[in-house]
Design a protein around this ligand. Structure first.
Ligand code: 6PG
Length: 241
């Protein structure tokens, strides 16, 4: 595991953008497509906005990207809570990646059907052995959740299914999510975490006892890939090392 501590959220976005551009370049030397799973929440917005501008806009071969999402809120894409909607507003609407390479969770379907649809998309794209994303971007909530793996939910322990839909009582909404084993097959997983509210959960996730029911982010441990935590100084403030 690699821990990168940045000065502030602006610096975090900059370092993440540099890292992503470099990663894409390296992977595309060896093959002709780059698969990325985006995250939702607010932290990625600054990163997206940066990637949509010079020099990243010109540097990254957007037409070779194949875009997925680690999780989605069960709302229409034009709802302000939609992860896909946010990514279109801040990034995908400003660069050119062919629409058939952008794989959104279809929230116009019933929740279970939307999860089954995404499972089908992943099988068709990656084959039956399982997805191997080149990069999965993740965030971590104040409660230690990541993806839509929330504390105390059964989905945290899911080992078989690739995707899940479930009703998240504390938010009174359905969530659609990839499961931890799918993300753990990725070549690289990068968490982006900023702000003082993340300091305590970050300490527990990285330095506390293993307790994924309380801190689901602990379930993210790529089997062969790299794990990178990019965090700002405020989020890192309680870490021992
Ligand atoms: C979502 C997410 C979620 C997010 C964290 C962190 O849809 O809510 O994908 O797992 O990454 O909640 O969100 P912030 O960046 O807003 O803190």
């Amino acid at each position: 595991m690699q821990l990168i501590v940045t000065k502030n959220p602006t610096d975090l976005a900059k370092q993440a953008a540099d890292f992503i551009a470099k990663r894409i370049k390296e992977v595309l030397k060896k093959k002709d497509r780059f698969t990325i799973a985006l995250s939702g929440g607010s932290t990625p917005k600054a990163l997206h906005e940066l990637l949509a501008k010079s020099p990243y806009r010109e540097q990254i071969p957007w037409a070779q990207l194949h875009v997925f999402w680690g999780d989605e809120r069960y709302v229409p894409i034009d709802d302000e809570q939609s992860n896909a909607g946010m990514a279109y507003d801040t990034l995908l609407g400003h660069v050119y990646t062919p629409e058939d390479q952008i794989h959104v969770w279809r929230t116009e379907l019933e929740p279970e059907a939307a999860a089954a649809d995404y499972d089908k998309i992943l099988h068709e794209y990656f084959g039956d052995t399982g997805p191997t994303f080149d990069l999965v971007l993740l965030g971590m909530g104040d409660d230690g959740h990541t993806l839509s793996l929330f504390p105390g939910t059964e989905v945290v322990h899911e080992q078989t299914a690739w995707t899940k839909a479930y009703f998240l009582t504390q938010q009174n909404m359905y969530r659609l999510t990839l499961t931890a084993p799918v993300v753990n097959r990725a070549s690289c997983v990068a968490f982006l975490v900023a702000g003082p509210k993340k300091a305590e959960p970050l300490k527990e996730v990285l330095e506390g006892e293993y307790n994924p029911d309380k801190y689901p982010s602990q379930e993210i441990k790529p089997t062969e890939g790299e794990l990178i935590w990019m965090v700002d100084e405020k989020a890192a403030s309680l870490l021992a090392k």
